[in-house]
Write a protein that binds this ligand. Structure first.
Ligand code: 5CA
Ligand code: ZN
Length: 423
């Protein structure tokens, strides 16, 4: 499917430093891109109740990575999916008496508009689950060939016992250190069916769900039905990025089971050579944005929408600055105060770089180049947006009501290219 229109990204003087990320699997900082082409798979939306502030915070975080990579001289290969058929989407369509395709299309379009307004660099490939069914079928065939699948009343499951490395991302030996009991609880909470009788292991996830009355279905080697969730992302990533790529990104709610199983599926379908990896080399996870005391989520309905704020006249750059005031890995709460503070910050930055007020400051304005260096250094260090924002804050405070044009121009380009903030 189409992504959204890209905003121009100014080119800054000299290359920036190599971005590093804190890898969820190890808890250590890791160089995010291994080669000249930096590859990213970001799990996309399930298109209903989009785009809320939690979604926006997550995609703006990965946008910082894309921008830091471009600044460091990488080519960027970026793929994102849209889960345009899945249980929660079908349930919502049913609840509202709407055609599920119309719901998905409308919400995907709203997401595109929000991403464009927030100046998020679009992925080269935005791939819907429905359009990817042949790709998923091909991937599932590989799993089948490896003997990792079994049937239960027409449904097809993946046996986690087929993967000796299962738990590499989130299991007992990882930084998350989840026990099987904890995994089982999360599996149930995130769309899994640990209690279903007849499975070889409670954690085994579904690969292909046989047709149910009233549900959409497609033909496949397993008969009529629809794909499971984890195999969707594993197959799309393998098709568009290859079976080994740099970074898998998503919110922290996706660490288990979603990313553990996408990696597991890929290791089994395309076993890596010794010393190589399958699926992502580095895993990046964003914290959860809360609202009114709880995780902002479609199931709770405590949502603040980017589109609603835009409609009521909020500058999308103020929304983006509000998101950038928080480190991507921390959990934080959206409040009116967060937005008010960002709106004031945007006004201060704009006054400081405004040509109209030009050199209006009595004290000498500090040079812009060290600000660029600090913003680069902060972002390369696990996307420290608050640190980068603080560097521009300090410069804007010193510049007050206006800086000489040459300095102002470099600050504008820095904010635009690296933070995605058009001043
Ligand atoms: N379609 C799947 C991924 S393949 C999915 O999780 N869709 S989603 O619409 O539920 O979420 C889209 C992205 O936003 C995911 O990375 C998810 O982790 C993230 N996300 C969801 N809620 C929040 C929140 N409250 N705060 C931060 N990120 C969130
Ligand atoms: Zn995904």
């Amino acid at each position: 499917m189409d992504a959204w229109r890209a905003a121009d990204v100014p080119v800054l003087p000299g290359p920036g430093p190599e971005p590093r990320l804190r890898d969820t699997a190890t808890g250590e900082l890791a160089v995010a891109a291994a080669g000249k082409t930096a590859s990213l798979y970001a799990c996309g939306i399930t298109p209903y109740d989009a785009t809320h502030m939690g979604h926006a915070a997550t995609y703006v975080a990965w946008d910082l990575l894309v921008r830091a990579w471009l600044d460091a001289g990488h080519d960027v290969s970026y793929t994102q999916n849209v889960t345009d058929v899945d249980d929660p989407l079908l349930e919502r369509a049913e609840r509202d008496g709407e055609d599920w395709r119309e719901l998905a299309e409308r919400e995907t379009e709203r997401f595109r508009g929000d991403m464009e307004a927030l100046r998020v660099v679009p992925p080269a490939h935005l791939i819907g689950a429905v359009e990817a069914i042949p790709v998923i079928d091909k991937f599932a065939e590989r799993l089948d060939t490896r003997g990792s699948l079994y049937e239960l009343e027409g449904d097809v499951y993946f046996a986690r016992s087929a993967d000796a490395e299962f738990g590499a991302l989130s299991g007992p030996k990882s930084a998350s250190g989840l026990s099987v009991e904890q995994m089982t609880r999360r599996f149930g909470a995130m769309g899994g069916d640990p209690e279903r009788a007849g499975k070889k292991d409670p954690l085994d996830p579904i690969i292909w769900r046989a047709e149910r009355p009233g549900e959409p279905f497609w033909d496949s080697r397993f008969g009529r039905g629809r794909p499971g969730w984890h195999v969707e992302c594993a197959a799309i990533a393998a098709e568009y990025l290859g079976t080994a790529f740099d970074v898998q990104a998503g919110g922290s709610d996706l660490v288990f089971p979603h990313h553990e199983f996408s990696g597991s599926h890929t290791r089994v379908a395309y076993p890596p050579e010794p010393g190589e990896h399958a699926f992502a080399r580095v895993y990046a996870h964003s914290g959860m944005v809360a609202y009114q005391g709880e995780k902002m989520s479609k199931s709770l309905g405590n949502l603040v929408f980017v589109s609603r704020l835009r409609e009521s006249g909020t500058d999308p750059m103020a929304i983006r600055l509000a998101l950038l005031a928080h480190h991507y890995r921390s959990d934080w709460e959206w409040t009116d105060g967060v937005l008010a503070e960002a709106t004031q910050r945007l006004a201060r930055w704009r006054a400081a770089v405004s040509a109209a007020s030009g050199a209006g400051s009595a004290a000498p304005v500090p040079p812009a180049r060290p600000v660029l260096d600090t913003v680069r250094e902060r972002l390369a260090d696990d996307l420290d947006a608050p640190g980068a924002v603080a560097a521009i804050d300090a410069w804007a405070a010193a510049a007050g009501a206006g800086a000489p044009e040459a300095e102002a121009a470099l600050i504008r380009d820095t904010a635009d290219a690296l933070l995605g903030i058009a001043l």
